[in-house]
Design a protein around this ligand. Structure first.
Ligand code: GAP
Length: 458
């Protein structure tokens, strides 16, 4: 199986992902997205937005702020209980999440009597002490402490008069606090959902999982509101589960053998949630949560109404009934989708590494080359073709090195088709199109090329 190191190495070499502040030695759990990564991220975002917001009559979009009124986070419970259990290596002082340390420990010390997700922080402490669980460096661990994940910042200019704000810990709360505005300013009627993509921030305690868990992350969240008296929540929940599965397998082209549903246990589930499932993906470091779906009842709207004093009830226009709607929330990280797509498409063949990305996601759909660089008649023709194809697709240009090297470079960034303009093109008006996955080549007339690629991209 492909390793995380191999993916990270390709990402750096080909401009997908770099460590943040690389020239300063990096910043903990932070990554920047290079020229290829920026394109891939954008394609993932756009496909999610099109599928779940633009293509559905029962969905609208939102773009709320990262900094919200601080009471938002008191109301949501994040200030009080958005916590992780922190343990420290007593020799190196490195910090770890207690549940992660126990999970790692169990891989070499199997114990069927423990479900890590169900342990309270006190129980984690007892387990660590009873079984002498050690840090990854083989040292004793401290007792676990709770650690709040919200990032604090200050608003204002005068020292001593600045007020505390929080960088949002999830995009969801911006949807709840805008619920009244959205209902009043658009034609939505229950059941309807609001989708949002944006940055969130979490002071995560993490080690060595590349972009899987970062302190700055991009979330794509949906809050789907409904009347629990007229709608069957289970049906809505199941329909969203199906939509999530179909998005990953059909729209993103990911192998379903690497996907599974995991239901949260009663102890693990948040107190306000009636049911929660994780859609897990088999990452190179094991099965991990990709996408969560939770039935959050009327908890968030009720909390925001209580703390703000605003009336967040919905009025049924037919019956006049006023009530706080219930909500089902499918929430995913764009960066996790990114890592999944890379892990799923990375293929090491005998003579090449190839990213067999779904063409819809590939940073470039087509690459155009002149057979050789220093022949103006070939370069001009190839450049004209590049300019023409650019009107319809994201197209790469390459005239460096030999054709074989150019193919290998495009394979590593997942470009599905390479087009070469050669001497025969000047005679017959056709070009060689080489397929990334099969490496087969065929001659296609230039005048048919746009339609040829358009058909393949449907
Ligand atoms: N509003 C619900 C919520 O935020 P969550 O399970 O904490 O729920 C939702 O986050 C999704 O966001 C996760 O399934 C995961 O894909 C992504 N995510 C959460 N924390 C992350 C982190 N530190 N780095 C990258 N992605 C993260």
């Amino acid at each position: 199986m492909i390793t995380l190191d191999a993916i990270a190495s390709l990402c750096k070499r080909r401009g997908f992902v770099y460590p943040t502040s690389d020239i300063y030695g990096g910043l903990m759990s932070s990554y920047d997205y290079g020229p290829m990564g920026a394109e891939l991220l954008r394609n993932i975002r756009n496909i999610w937005w099109k599928t779940f917001v633009q293509d559905r009559a029962d969905m609208v979009g939102l773009d709320s702020q990262i900094l919200l009124h601080p009471q938002t986070w008191v109301a949501s419970g994040h200030v009080g209980s958005f916590n992780d259990p922190l343990v420290e290596d007593t020799v190196t002082n490195k910090r770890y999440r207690a549940d992660h340390v126990i999970e790692e420990w169990l891989k070499t010390h199997p114990d069927s009597g423990v479900v890590v997700e169900d342990l309270t922080i006190e129980q984690m402490g007892e387990y660590i002490s009873k079984h002498a669980v050690e840090s990854p460096d083989g040292n004793p661990l401290s007792a676990p402490k709770t650690f709040n994940l919200l990032f604090e910042t200050k608003l204002g200019v005068v020292e001593g008069e600045k007020s505390t704000l929080y960088l949002r810990g999830e995009t969801a709360q911006g949807i709840f606090t805008n619920f009244r505005n959205i209902v009043d300013s658009s034609r939505v009627q229950l059941p309807f959902g609001v989708g949002q993509i944006g940055k969130s921030f979490r002071n995560e305690i993490t080690t060595g999982q590349f972009i899987f868990r970062t302190i700055e992350l991009e979330q794509a969240e949906i809050e789907y509101f409904f009347d629990p008296e007229t709608e069957d929540w289970q049906k809505i929940f199941d329909a969203w589960k199906e939509a999530m599965w179909s998005f990953i397998t059909k729209t993103m082209g990911v192998d379903e053998a690497n996907l599974r549903w995991r239901r949260h246990t009663d102890k693990e589930r948040s107190h306000y949630s009636k049911d929660t499932f994780d859609l897990d993906y088999q990452f190179p470091f094991g099965w991990k949560e990709l996408w969560g779906i939770a039935y959050r009842t009327d908890y968030d709207l009720t909390q925001q109404a209580k703390h703000s004093g605003a009336d967040l009830r919905y009025m049924n226009p037919q019956t006049g009934k006023k009530f706080i709607p219930h909500v089902i929330e499918p929430a995913v990280g764009i960066n996790r989708l990114f890592l999944m797509v890379l892990a799923d498409s990375y293929v090491q063949e005998e003579k090449r590494i190839v990213l067999k990305l779904s063409p819809k996601l590939s940073p470039f759909k087509v690459a155009v080359f002149p057979l050789v660089a220093n022949k103006p008649e070939l370069t001009q023709k190839a450049r004209a073709l590049y300019d023409e194809l650019k009107q319809s697709f994201a197209v790469a240009w390459d005239d460096r090195g030999n054709i074989g090297k150019r193919y290998l470079a495009q394979d590593e960034i997942g470009t599905p088709w390479c087009v070469t303009v050669d001497y025969a093109t000047l005679e017959d008006g056709a070009v060689t199109v080489r397929d990334r996955d099969t490496t087969k080549q065929e001659r296609i007339p230039v005048r048919e090329l746009t339609a040829y690629f358009q058909k393949k991209l449907i």
